[in-house]
Design a protein around this ligand. Structure first.
Ligand code: MN
Length: 720
């Protein structure tokens, strides 16, 4: 085995340091001493085969040595430091990288997480060679999978087809991709796999002579045109036939490109030359020609594909490409090492770089591309970090994320109740920066809450939004409580029982009147100060009056209210114009005491002239037949007159309050016709005043002044 390894390396890299390879073999052999594989073989068989696969990919010596040593950190007592000391940091880092990737294999995986897992595998390896060693490791394990339990076979096969084969494909290493796919299929769908193998080999035997004849014809024609070439028949891999059959619902017999004829030539010019010859010899099938030379595939695969109809009506595919393209097709990114280690300096180095950059979906700016190439460090997803839940689900977060970001990703409640976190089993600070492959366990406590400082720590927008949302909600809750408390306090102060006046239905109506959706929103707005308490209370009071059928709410504060003595002050006709009527007797109604500025209407009485009411007076328009006795009237503003108006004041009693009220009235040059004050048990004083005023503005002005007096809570006009 060691000999096979050495001869394979020598075949492409005679200058390789074989002493180091042999030293690594001996070291690994000793480290794994006593360990057996499931097959019963000595363990060393596995790492040597992995190294051979790497040598077949023409990998550099450190990668092959890492292949020999890839299991020693994980499975034996050997440490990173020992490896670094004996084989150098480069090899030790590679082995360490493979060891880290290994830990991924023990997680449960969900189908929809495949893409995340693929990214994670790529993100966890900081050197692309780590992934290539990993692929070689997986390939050999898949080749020897038969010794595993059925359950394990299936799990490995699923993981391989979902994670590792696509990675190999992405890196352009089709040689490994095909084998991984076929091996997986063998364990995932054994019946169809073996059926397919049989059909394919039967068909191939049937066609072998035919394909051989085609190759002969091609060789001759290409030779005539001076095109140097290698021509071979190339079987398709089983998995791609299988996929075609099941994805496109085709029968095996309908798949005609089972074998492709492959022509390898020296240069691009010869590719198109060969294509011309093929199309001259046989008729091309329409719509089947593909120029991947002009338009390479995303993994940089280049080739000409055409399907033609042979002389005997047989359909077959022809692939034409240069040796260089072929190497890329088979080895993908691994083909690059030829340039790194070999003496051949590629003259189109920058093209290679573009190739690699595209291949890796490299997006960040490369300031020093050469350095990047030399170190071969990869950074596929610099802006993302991939971590596990304790159940093994992969979660991707922005780079720099913390356990808090993780917690909010899992669930809002987990985030809000997060009090700490364990990473890989150890308690970490809440601002710990998550690293690829970490297993995160969030510690929560019911009733605990986020801190505003978290906004400075978290990285993901999701976590930020959720924390902000939490505080917005919390502020709202506080405002609701505050608003409700203020309202109740005011209600009590005015002498009501909150339970009597704060009826849900009424509060809801009040809210909708000022375009607020819910009771809570109303309280929140009160608490925040968006709306005034008086605004709400005055509306509630209307419902209250209506409900308890009272016209004077003071009755509920004090058992009895004494109506002030109304003196007849208004002279007939004074200050009023009655439409269409001259010199008619008018009187002001006592029920609503209209004053200039109020909207008014006249009511023709029987024998007592026209009585003037406010248009909003409840005594107007309530009886049938009254409408025809209504008459339009207006204020005659040129005539000076005085009118009586009654107001009511609510206040918390204190010494001297009445004197202050009275002095405001006299200061305003308003006549005070009557004043009545009562105090109830809760020290709420109700003051009723009848005033002699000239117009509504004068009254409003006085009411404004009265409201400013200390302890006065409300001033309003009273309609009897
Ligand atoms: Mn291994």
């Amino acid at each position: 085995m060691l000999e096979k390894l050495i001869s394979t390396i020598e075949s492409y890299n005679p200058q390789a340091d074989m002493q180091q390879v042999i030293k690594a073999y001996n070291f690994a052999n000793q480290a794994h001493e006593g360990q057996l594989r499931n097959s019963g073989e000595k363990y060393i068989v596995h790492p040597v085969n992995v190294a051979i696969i790497l040598a077949e990919l023409n990998m550099d010596t450190p990668t092959i040595i890492a292949g020999l040593l890839h299991d020693v950190i994980e499975d034996t007592a050997v440490t990173y430091d020992t490896l670094a000391e004996k084989f150098g940091k480069e090899v030790a880092d590679l082995v360490d990288g493979v060891t880290k990737l290994k830990k991924l294999e023990y997680k449960t995986k969900q189908e929809n997480q495949a893409e995340n897992l693929r990214k994670m595998v790529l993100a966890m390896a900081n050197d692309i060679r780590v992934i290539i060693v990993k692929l070689a490791d997986r390939l050999h394990n898949m080749r020897t999978l038969e010794y595993m339990t059925d359950e394990k076979k299936k799990a490995k096969a699923i993981e391989t087809i979902e994670i590792y084969a696509p990675i190999a494909h992405r890196l352009g290493i089709s040689r490994i991709k095909w084998e991984l796919e076929d091996l997986s299929l063998r364990y995932l769908d054994p019946d169809n796999y073996y059926d397919l193998v049989e059909k394919v080999s039967k068909r191939r035997r049937e066609r072998e002579a035919y394909i051989q004849k085609i190759i002969e014809i091609l060789k001759e024609k290409l030779g005539e045109m001076d095109i140097k070439s290698d021509i071979s028949g190339r079987p398709k891999n089983f998995y791609s036939i299988y996929k075609k059959m099941y994805n496109q619902g085709k029968a095996f017999e309908q798949i005609f490109d089972l074998t492709a004829v492959r022509i390898l030539v020296d240069n691009i010019k010869d590719c198109y030359g060969a294509l011309g010859i093929v199309h001259t010899l046989w008729k091309p099938l329409p719509g089947r020609f593909k120029d991947y030379i002009a338009m390479p595939k995303p993994n940089m695969y280049q080739s000409l594909h055409t399907t033609v109809i042979g002389n005997e009506g047989e359909i077959f595919e022809v692939q034409i490409r240069t040796y260089e393209m072929h190497k890329t097709a088979e080895y993908g990114i691994a083909a690059h090492w030829k340039y790194k280690e070999g003496n051949v300096k590629s003259d189109n180095f920058d093209d290679k770089l573009t190739w690699l950059r595209q291949l890796l979906e490299w997006q960040a700016d490369l300031n020093d591309p050469r350095e990047f190439m030399e170190t071969l460090k990869i950074d596929f997803f610099t802006d993302e970090v991939f971590v596990f839940t304790p159940k093994g689900d992969v979660i991707n977060l922005p780079d720099g994320s913390t356990p808090i970001d993780f917690a909010y990703r899992v669930h809002t409640a987990v985030g809000n109740n997060c009090v700490g976190a364990k990473v890989d089993g150890r308690i970490v600070p809440i601002n710990y920066k998550l690293r690829n492959g970490n297993i995160i366990e969030i510690i929560t406590a019911n009733g605990s809450a986020p801190s505003r400082d978290w906004l400075k720590i978290v990285k993901s927008t999701q976590a930020k939004n959720k924390i902000r949302q939490y505080f917005k909600q919390k502020d709202r809750d506080i405002n609701i409580a505050k608003g409700k408390e203020q309202l109740e306090k005011e209600i009590k102060r005015l002498g009501y029982k909150p339970a009597d006046i704060l009826k849900d239905e009424w509060v809801k109506n009040v809210a909708s009147k000022i375009s607020i959706n819910s009771i809570d929103d109303l309280y929140a707005n009160l608490g925040f100060g968006n709306i005034s308490i008086n605004q709400v209370i005055s509306k509630l009071r209307e419902y209250y009056k209506e409900y308890f059928k009272v016209t004077d709410e003071a009755a509920f504060v004090d058992s009895k209210i004494q109506q002030p003595q109304q003196k007849k002050k208004n002279k007939p006709n004074q200050g009023i114009v009655v439409k269409g009527v001259d010199n008619i007797k008018v009187r002001f109604s006592k029920c609503c005491n209209p004053v200039p500025g109020d909207d008014i209407i006249g009511f023709i009485t029987r024998g007592r002239g026209v009585s003037i009411h406010r248009t909003d007076c409840p005594n107007i328009g309530s009886d049938i037949g009254y409408e025809e006795r209504l008459i339009e009237v207006s204020w005659d503003l040129e005539k000076k007159a005085s009118y009586s108006a009654e107001i009511q004041i609510k206040a918390i009693d204190r010494n001297g309050i009445l004197a202050e009220v009275a002095s405001r009235v006299t200061e305003s040059n308003i006549g005070l016709l009557s004043l009545n004050a009562r105090t109830n048990k809760e020290k709420v004083v109700t003051i009723n005043m009848t005033l002699e005023i000239n117009d509504i503005e004068q009254l409003k002005d006085l009411m404004r002044k009265l409201r400013k007096i200390k302890n006065i809570t409300d001033v309003y006009r009273v309609t009897a």
